[in-house]
Unconditional design. Structure first.
Length: 283
């Protein structure tokens, strides 16, 4: 009922899962990941406990294949399960039980010295879905891992995806210190629970995630001198706020403006947004 990819980035710093299905809120059941540990997708007749058991095995030092072997060995429903696992070192493994509904299958491999991936799906239009996802992942080297995962998911969707149709999709990416304010490891945690084009909608949400919940890179930062600070405060007051930092808080741009009453820099996209007098839209 689902197709997914679990992967470690080629730089070895991120782990993630992308998944889509003709199933309500697939993101609530399939993906799990922890920075420095690994990632897992559990699907078909999903055993959701696999998410926590797999991460526990990996955290104890098991490789992806050993963790997967332990999961299926202890599960009486193993022939109805489908699972993908990637570990802290980028090793990956996938399992498709013999009783999963056709077409069902998967593949696993390495991408770069530190990266790895496992791709799996069931009730698909055919093996071309998995093949397209693998080609998209391998062909997008150098892009951010969230974009690579989304590209793989979109390729699978375009190749036919779930033979029953489309309903939901999800994207989860973890990296040390990547979360809101740098206080957890969640770089991306997006779900489209019920939509006619869930993968397309997921792409729109990822653009918004990049704007609101991803810290600016040095290349995106514009220094704030006295003249620009005065301009920013004036634009904020024109928008009904006491000053620029009050506008930042109201518009949820904390991740893309230097903290403090007198910011040292502003993200170029946020600068464009306040100058144009429009809310953030991910442009």
């Amino acid at each position: 009922m689902t197709f997914s990819i679990v992967a470690r980035s080629d730089d070895g710093e991120s782990w993630g899962v992308a998944v889509a299905s003709k199933f309500l809120a697939v993101g609530s059941a399939v993906p799990a990941a922890a920075a420095g540990v690994g990632a897992v997708a559990t699907q078909a007749d999903a055993n959701v406990s696999f998410k926590y058991l797999a991460l526990a095995h990996l955290d104890d030092g098991a490789t992806a294949q050993v963790a997967l072997d332990r999961l299926v060995e202890d599960d009486e429903g193993r022939e109805h399960r489908q699972v993908g696992v990637v570990d802290s070192d980028g090793n990956a493994a996938t399992h498709t039980g013999r009783e999963c509904y056709a077409w069902a299958g998967g593949t696993a491999g390495r991408s770069g010295e530190q990266g790895g991936y496992a791709i799996q799906g069931n009730i698909l239009t055919g093996p071309e879905v998995v093949d397209a996802m693998e080609a998209a992942w391998l062909g997008s080297a150098g892009q951010p891992v969230a974009r690579r995962l989304l590209a793989a998911l979109a390729a699978g969707d375009e190749a036919g995806g779930d033979s029953r149709g489309r309903q939901s999709a999800a994207l989860l990416v973890v990296r040390d210190g990547a979360g809101y304010g740098g206080l957890d490891d969640v770089a991306v945690d997006l779900r489209v629970d019920d939509h006619t084009a869930p993968v397309t909608e997921l792409a729109r949400l990822l653009d918004l995630n990049d704007l609101y919940l991803t810290a600016s890179t040095p290349e995106e930062q514009v220094p704030v001198d006295d003249d620009l600070m005065a301009e920013l405060d004036g634009l904020a007051r024109a928008a009904g706020r006491d000053d620029f930092m009050a506008w930042v808080g109201a518009e949820n741009h904390e991740m893309r403006v230097d903290r403090g009453p007198r910011p040292g820099w502003i993200d170029r996209r946020v600068l464009a947004i306040i100058r144009e007098g429009r809310p953030g839209d991910g442009a």
